[in-house]
Design a protein around this ligand. Sequence first.
Ligand SMILES: Cc1cc2nc3c(=O)[nH]c(=O)nc-3n(C[C@H](O)[C@H](O)[C@H](O)COP(=O)(O)OP(=O)(O)OC[C@H]3O[C@@H](n4cnc5c(N)ncnc54)[C@H](O)[C@@H]3O)c2cc1C
Length: 287
Amino acid sequence: MGDLTWFRSGGNARFYLSPSSEEELIEATKWAFREEVPFHLMGLGANSLFPDDGYPGLILHMVRFRQRGEHYRSCTPSVVEVDAGINLENLVKKLNEAGLGGFEKFVGIPGTVGGSVWGNAGAQNSSLGDRVESVKILDSQGAVHWVKGDQITWRYRSSGLGNRIILAARFQVDPDQEPEELKSRSAGFLQYKKSVQPYDEKSTGCIFKNPGAGRSAGQLIDELNLKGLCEGGAQVSDLHGNFIVNTEQTATTADVLALVSKVQEKVYEEEGVRLEREVIVVGEGSE
Ligand SMILES: Cc1cc2nc3c(=O)[nH]c(=O)nc-3n(C[C@H](O)[C@H](O)[C@H](O)COP(=O)(O)OP(=O)(O)OC[C@H]3O[C@@H](n4cnc5c(N)ncnc54)[C@H](O)[C@@H]3O)c2cc1C
């Protein structure tokens, strides 16, 4: 499974399915409940680490989950509906090309729409939740329904949706924008992102949540000279203190977690700040 996560670490899953339709997904979850097999939804694995000793349940890999070929369907001039398996980076590109604004800042966030809504991904002081009109959910009773965006408790990198499965989302967009203007804004954001983050390396993305008011996790790590700190094959990025990179592609998930503990201890000892991990480990309680 490691090959299917962004960071490239981890063992095997006991069962694996990449569903392409609601029917297939619903059937798979019914089977898992009936057989008492735990299951875990995975998108691009860009905010996830896979355990080295594997996962004893079913991985539902959502990267093929879409109704038809298109990236989005227009509901009204200012609302688009997007299936959970759509790649967020491709969506940004398609919306920009169509002159539908509001997503330019989300360029360069690797992930599926489902995983990104679940984690309320964002950049430049905007989060996906700000744009959600409603989310199509499969609940643990097997019922499918739409939840309005304003009924969801959006927090920093959290939707609070827990173990509910996201099938699709409807987003507010700003219609009638100039495509070249949107593309140029996205290009600017991406250029900046690449200059401050190890965008082209195998990385965990931001490993810690920012600890609220005051300095960011990256600043704290940087000021304590922890950049470059290693544990096995995992290293705190030289470019951005809040990223752990797998430079030689030999790092295990255990290496990352050991490095996370080391950084957390040092930051707490020196600054009294408890850094909370943002990246999830598959099987640690999200299903
Ligand atoms: C280089 C790099 C840069 C990044 N930059 C940013 C950034 O700027 N801003 C930011 O916010 N994040 C950033 N990230 C983190 C990551 O891109 C986001 O968290 C992204 O939204 C993860 O999406 P995913 O599909 O890969 O989720 P995954 O890692 O596959 O899953 C994350 C969580 O979502 C759940 N999930 C997945 N699909 C569904 C579904 N359909 N229904 C219900 N639950 C689901 C999973 O079970 C898991 O709990 C970055 C990561 C990297 C590697």
